[in-house]
Design a binder for this molecule. Structure first.
Ligand code: C2E
Ligand code: CA
Ligand code: CA
Ligand code: CA
Length: 269
């Protein structure tokens, strides 16, 4: 039994070692990806509830790896966060999204995801300012998406960062709403422009009374606070109609369109 235990331990440490090595390879590759332009932004349309006009797009990152093909964010964002590369990657996303959105028609906005680490960085405001300046994009056409987790700790400082962002004129959306440690009091202490209901609730809505009840609570609250509600992960016309009836004002999901490079992005729905 002892021997067996030791084998297991050796097996375990070997696996840990292999995992660490894989991480190092990804880290090196990622470093190179940033400098050689392998990171691309894809844009998924966001439509309104009136005539399904496209009001803007969310920028979603893809890594075009020379050997491995397209790598999805969940397979590299966590590594970027662990290694600190998220700051380069995040700055790239802000500059690139603003640059591309500046050539889109009318008032269409671009939404960029911010990692909690970026949000906590003292460089954030300067990076956002730089991206706006270099692109010439009107600040109200940039929206940053943050998750509830950044609001958890150090509340006063976080509220200051949110105010600084607002002072630049950019819009702020609270992403993945309902999945974290949502405290509704945050919504009162800081006026978010938008709340995005997490796609897990939209996915469960038809079979789960709880999911529907949460969607109703969010839309009910948004009406009294005058915040726009985006439903994400809308995959069918049934979901769309139901969410519209429940009071969602903006929609995003495969039903409307998948993320695409700027030049191929869906232009009308
Ligand atoms: P997210 O911000 O919640 O983005 C929405 C995700 O849902 C995207 O996954 C999108 O492709 C996917 N999606 C959109 N419509 C549908 C639908 O109808 N059904 C389903 N099942 N999924 C849908 P994606 O592109 O794989 O991105 C995953 C996550 O990676 C994002 O979740 C975001 O948290 C993160 N991410 C992506 N790009 C960036 C970035 O530039 N910076 C940072 N920090 N995070 C990013
Ligand atoms: Ca998002
Ligand atoms: Ca989301
Ligand atoms: Ca998410």
């Amino acid at each position: 039994a002892k021997r067996n235990g030791r084998n297991r331990f050796e097996h375990f440490t070997k696996e840990m070692g292999e995992m660490a090595q894989r991480r190092r390879i990804v880290e090196n590759d990622l470093r190179e990806a940033i400098t050689t332009g392998q990171l691309r932004l894809y844009y998924q349309p966001i439509t309104n509830n009136q005539h399904c006009e496209i009001v803007g797009y969310e920028a979603l990152m893809r890594w075009h790896h020379p050997e491995k093909g397209v790598i999805m964010p969940l397979d590299f964002i966590p590594i970027a966060e662990e290694t600190g590369l998220i700051h380069n990657l995040g700055a790239y996303a802000l500059y690139e999204a603003c640059r591309e959105a500046a050539s889109w028609p009318g008032e269409q906005m671009v939404a960029v995801n911010l990692s909690p680490l970026q949000f906590k960085s003292s460089a954030l405001i300067a990076v956002v300012e730089g991206a706006l300046k270099e692109s010439g994009l009107a600040p109200h056409r940039l929206e940053v998406e943050i998750t509830e987790s950044v609001l958890l700790d150090n509340t006063m400082k976080n509220i200051d960062v949110l105010r600084d962002l607002k002072a630049l004129g950019v819009h702020i959306a609270l992403d993945d709403f309902g999945t974290g440690y949502s405290s509704l009091s945050y919504l009162r202490s800081f006026p978010f422009d938008k709340i995005k209901i997490d796609k897990s609730f939209i996915n469960d809505m038809q079979d789960s009374r709880e999911a529907l009840a949460i969607i109703r609570a969010i839309t009910g609250m948004s009406r009294s606070l005058d915040i726009q509600i985006t439903a994400e992960g809308v995959e069918s016309i049934e979901q769309f109609q139901r969410l519209k009836d429940e009071g969602c004002t903006l929609f995003q999901g495969y039903y409307f369109g998948r993320p695409q490079p700027s030049e191929n992005r869906l232009k009308t729905f």
